[in-house]
Design a protein around this ligand. Structure first.
Ligand code: ADP
Ligand code: CDP
Length: 216
C-alpha cells in the first residue's frame, strides 16, 4: 500500500502550505480534504439546500460529484464539473462548511472518496481534521500541526489582505469549536501523532521538521 503522511490540525496552523511543501520535496501526491468539504458546501449552496437541514444535506450530497487533482505544485478541485478553487474560499462557504462537515453521511461519502484517492496514489500527503484518526488510521506518519490562535488568525487575516484580525480570530474559534465537538470524527490529536507547534517556526522549518520525521 502507498506511503501515507497524515497531517491534521486546526485552521491556519499551516497544513496546506506545509503539506504541499512536504509532498513536493518527497515526490508524493497531495490531497486537501478541507477543499472537498468546502466544494461540497459550495455545491449544496448552489442547489439551494438548507444547510441547517441535515437530512436534506445528506440526500443532496449523494448526487454531487467531486474531483481533486493531487499534484502538489498545482492542486485542483472541481464540483459537478466546475472549477471551484476560488469560490470555495468565500466567506459564505467558510462560514457554513463546519455545519456541512458535521453531517455523518457527508463524512462517509467524502472519506470513501479520500480512501480511493489514497489507494490509487504512489504515496501521498493528506491533510485535514480526521486523517490520522479515521481516513488513514494505519498511516505510518501522523502529524498534529498546531499554532497559537492569535498566530493562526494573523496568518489568515494577512491572506485576506490584512483584514480585521480580531474578527478573524473569532471566526476561527467558532469553527474550531464546531470541528472539535461534533459527534463524528471530531478534530483531535490522533493516537500516535507527533505534535508540531508552528507558532514560532517558519514554513521551511516546519517542512524540514516533517520531512525529517518521514525520513527517520
Ligand atoms: P491551514 O491549511 O492549516 O489552514 P495554511 O497552510 O493555509 O494553513 O496556512 C495559513 C497561512 O499561514 C498561509 O498564508 C501560509 O502561507 C501561512 N503560513 C503557513 N505556515 C506558516 C509558518 N510556519 N509561519 C508563518 N506563516 C505560515
Ligand atoms: O483552510 P482551513 O484550515 O481554514 O480549513 P480547511 O482545511 O479548508 O477545512 C474547512 C472545514 O472543513 C473545516 O473547518 C472542517 O469543518 C472541515 N473538514 C473536516 O471536517 N474534515 C477534514 N478532514 C477536513 C476539513
Amino acid at each position: 500500500s502507498p506511503l501515507v503522511v497524515a497531517i491534521d490540525g486546526p485552521s491556519g496552523s499551516g497544513k496546506s502550505s506545509t503539506s504541499r511543501g512536504v509532498a513536493a520535496r518527497l515526490d508524493l501526491a497531495y490531497l486537501d480534504t478541507g477543499a472537498m468539504y468546502r466544494a461540497m458546501t459550495w455545491a449544496l449552496l448552489q442547489h439551494g439546500v438548507d444547510l441547517t437541514d441535515s437530512d436534506a444535506v445528506a440526500v443532496a450530497a449523494e448526487k454531487i460529484s467531486l474531483e481533486s487533482g493531487t499534484d502538489p505544485a498545482a492542486p485542483t478541485i472541481h464540483a459537478d464539473g466546475v472549477d471551484v478553487a476560488e469560490p470555495i474560499r468565500s466567506d459564505e462557504v467558510t462560514g457554513s462548511v463546519s455545519l456541512v462537515a458535521a453531517v455523518p453521511r457527508v463524512r462517509e461519502i467524502l472519506v470513501d472518496m479520500q480512501r480511493a484517492t489514497i489507494a490509487g496514489s504512489h504515496g501521498i500527503v493528506v491533510e485535514g481534521r480526521d486523517i490520522g484518526s479515521t481516513v488513514a488510521p494505519d498511516a505510518p506518519v501522523k502529524i498534529y500541526l498546531v499554532a497559537d490562535p492569535a498566530a493562526r488568525a494573523a496568518r489568515r487575516a494577512a491572506e485576506n489582505g490584512g483584514g480585521d484580525a480580531a474578527a478573524t480570530e473569532q471566526a476561527l474559534a467558532r469553527r474550531d469549536e464546531i470541528d472539535s465537538t461534533r459527534a463524528t470524527s471530531p478534530l483531535a490529536k490522533p493516537e500516535g501523532a507527533v505534535v508540531v507547534d508552528s507558532t514560532h517556526m517558519t514554513l521551511d522549518e516546519v517542512i524540514d521538521a516533517i520531512v525529517g520525521i518521514v525520513d527517520a
